[in-house]
Design a protein around this ligand. Structure first.
Ligand code: EPU
Length: 435
């Protein structure tokens, strides 16, 4: 297995370009199942989760290839309506095939995703919404088996604005007869991007960006004649802005709509950074000390839970005491213990973490527990004294394309090496070779 090694303490300077958003690309790829024919997509990020999704579509009989800069998915025929355990356990987003398969094939068999490092993450709201549309479910052998002889529009009230729950129900409702209204729907930009994609197939949806989605079912969807470009990744952008902030650098992040980053930009300003917003870019400069801040994660347009870990790394080096509240997932502070191993002062009880800023962090070997926690540890490593080794980086490969190359491009001393290399001089040699 590989690890990331970082020799910290260098301010980052330059430009980093963001890829398409993972959490928009995955549902859009899965939504191709709704419309028979060939789909063309651009700005799809090259990630482990993208490969898992394409292999899942392939197993269902929908092959894909890259041609003329576009990813082509052929959803002409669906041969197999199942998402098996070996795929779902690696990538929870596989559960998104339920809605499209039930809508197009009238049946679906999907392994029930278990809990994960950040929480129990049930899918009761997905099933409640799909049942309201006329689906029936049975659980056996760890699989949910759904059948839907005919889908009929309904009024659906979600208990919380779940992102993938909204997407699953939306994808079924576009082919249901009559009108569906999803109340308390998620307003995340990734849901809006899925709505935009579905519209290019002929779906009739209103209310995107608000908490009520109204869907007028159609009898058939057809692939668009032009390629669809996935929205830029606001979480990737936010992560690189934090990298500039934590190192006291000057970095322009391009490829993402700044309007989608407002809550992160506001928090970074509170932390003492100077941010300049362009049309499709945000520049962050910092030459004064980081200041403590309070942060509370919320559904969009509030501060994204997917930015919480990265902001905690900043708080570790800020002057004063920061309070960070995680309201979306019940167990999303796994990075706190690892940051403490680097010299941070973080205490957490339940959903609240208190971070007392320290003047410096020291490099250490740390273990990544989930995708955003891994990003937080890389950020801490960029600002630490000495060498940091981040283990279990397969989490990072799920959500950040070429993180090491992009950070190196703005001056970081960072490399991927085998995790069997532990000797300090060999690690330094790996960093020199990568420079
Ligand atoms: N929830 C339920 N029942 C449900 C659905 C959700 O109780 O049926 C709860 C969850 O347990 C959680 C809360 O509702 O406490 C919100 O979860 P949500 O369903 O919105 O999360 P998700 O759809 O599973 C997506 C992203 C996550 C991101 C969250 C929150 C994708 C593929 N995943 O997950 O992304 O953190 O929304 O914005 O879109 C990541 O990229 O690192 C990541 C974890």
């Amino acid at each position: 297995m590989e690890k990331i090694v970082i020799d910290g303490g260098r301010p980052l300077r330059g430009t980093i370009h963001c890829d398409g958003a993972k959490n928009a690309a995955l549902p859009i790829l899965i939504a191709t199942l709704l419309a028979p024919g060939e789909h063309r997509l651009t700005n799809v990020p090259e990630l482990a989760d993208t490969s898992s999704t394409l292999s899942l579509l392939g197993r269902m009989g929908c092959p894909s290839l890259v041609h003329d800069d576009a990813l082509r998915v052929d959803a002409t025929r669906i041969a197999f309506c199942e998402a098996p355990y070996d795929v779902v356990r690696k990538m929870r987003a596989s559960v998104l095939v339920l809605g499209p398969l039930l809508a197009r094939c009238g049946e679906a068999k999907v392994s029930l995703p278990g809990g994960c490092a950040i929480g129990t993450r049930p899918i009761d709201q997905h099933l409640k919404g799909l049942e309201a549309l006329g689906c029936r479910f049975e659980l056996s052998g760890g699989y949910i088996h759904g059948i839907a002889p005919a889908l009929k529009g309904a009024e659906i009230h979600l208990d919380m604005p779940t992102v993938t729950g909204t997407e699953n129900i939306l994808m079924a409702a576009v082919l249901a007869s009559g009108t569906t209204r999803i109340h308390n729907a998620a307003r995340e930009p990734e849901v809006t991007d899925l709505v935009r994609f579905l519209r290019t197939l002929g779906a009739k949806i209103e209310g995107d960006g608000t908490s009520t989605l109204t869907i007028e079912g159609v009898s058939r969807l057809t692939p668009a004649s032009r390629p669809y470009s996935v929205v830029g990744d606001r979480i990737e952008a936010g992560t690189y802005l934090c990298a500039a902030a934590i190192t006291g650098g000057d970095v322009e992040v391009t490829g993402c709509d700044p309007a989608l980053l407002e809550s992160t930009v506001a928090k970074l300003r509170e932390a003492g950074c100077t941010l300049t917003v362009g049309e499709q870019s945000v520049r962050l400069q910092r030459d004064t000390p980081l200041q403590a801040f309070n942060a509370r994660t919320e559904p969009y347009p509030g501060l994204a839970t997917d930015m919480q870990a990265q902001l905690m790394s900043l708080a570790c080096l800020a002057r004063g005491t920061s309070r960070i509240e995680e309201t979306i997932f019940e167990n999303r502070f796994m990075h706190a213990a690892e940051l403490t191993r680097m010299g941070a002062d973080v205490q957490h009880t339940g959903r609240i973490a208190t971070v007392v800023g320290v003047p410096t962090l020291q490099g250490a070997a740390v273990m990544a527990s989930d995708l955003r926690a891994s990003a937080a540890l890389v950020l801490a490593g960029l600002a630490s004294e000495g060498l940091t080794e981040v283990l279990r980086i397969y989490h990072l490969d799920r959500g950040y394309h070429d993180l090491v190359g992009k950070l190196r491009g703005v001056g970081a001393r960072i490399a991927r090496t085998s995790d069997a290399i532990t000797d300090r001089s060999e690690l330094s040699a790996a960093l020199d070779a990568a420079a």
